[in-house]
Design a protein around this ligand. Sequence first.
Ligand SMILES: Cc1ncc(COP(=O)(O)O)c(C=O)c1O
Length: 370
Amino acid sequence: MQGHHPVSGGPAKGPQIPPVSYLKWYIPRLKEMRAHNLSFSGLQFPWDLDSIEDVWKDHRGPGIDDREMVSEMYGVPCENVHLCHGATQAINIAISAASRGGKVAVEMPSYGPLSQSARVLGLETIIVRRKPTDAAWIIDREEWSSILSQVDLLMICPQLNPVGWSYTEEDREWIIETCRKNDVRIISDEVYAAADKNWKPMFREGDNCITLSSLTKVHGLGVIRYGWIIASRDIITNAENTFHNMAGMMSSPVIRIAEHVRDRLHEPVELIEHYREMNLPVLQDTLNRVGIKWNPPPYGVFGAFRVPGIDTMQMIDTIGKQHGLLAVPGCMFDSGLDDWLRVGWSIDPESFAEAASVLETVLRTALDIP
Ligand SMILES: Cc1ncc(COP(=O)(O)O)c(C=O)c1O
């Protein structure tokens, strides 16, 4: 049987289009509303938006530029910004806008759409991997060098899903330099980056670098589907043409809701810091008690660790389910991660402490620790 992780290959149409197995597995389990949910990769922020007058009405008018909010967020002119519906759509639009028809290097492990969408758009993909260490995962420069000489586009997610760690400073510099030399454009999915105060968005590294993101993860507003792309003016022009062809226009309720929360976007970022302070020590103690050594990433709301020898998908579907626990198995992100488990700490400390205690029970049962 094929695994659950994203797959690379040639252009894919109709029945060859690969599933996003992660979503197929995850959505039904999320709908079960298990009592102890450690599956979230984004902040669960208690937004209370009251009602927004005329939310459904056309938001456009003289002098209004929808892109101002993102333009201010990054300190870039509106002409370098394109809005769309969530980061997933941004991935597709950015590929269409930046591709010159060549092969695409896709980083693994990954969120399926990041590594698979190029195939749906008629391009061939080749995998480059980040490899486990007990801190920031690292790249194999020989492998990346060889592949970056064969492609014209590279898809990355710096704050790597499922582990949450970004590149080492040296790897980041090396990737930027090597892509520049090989005339490779970089599409950088930075949905988790706003949780890292020191993050320098990739688009600042040159006209070949594109940043995309959304309000989904750090701001806890995935349901409104607000995303964006930041790139050179030429690439943004292509993005606009793509968007007009594939999506038409932005939804007015989406823009109106985003404008409504605009002055409060710092609140979720602050809450992440609070949750880290409260929840991370609890998780580390829990893992220590079952003999799992783990370094949390220095930012963000999720991380992943090995549960040696345990098929974590089976564990979550059997023992986890019995105890009402949901967390995400590593097999959803790449081959070779079957005994990894992704755990999020983006929920209130009381619920988190209860869930961590249930996680301990599940791990003890799986590992046969009395
Ligand atoms: C790397 C990455 N990009 C994008 C998304 C989805 O973002 P959006 O909801 O804005 O489409 C996810 C969700 O898991 C993700 O992990």
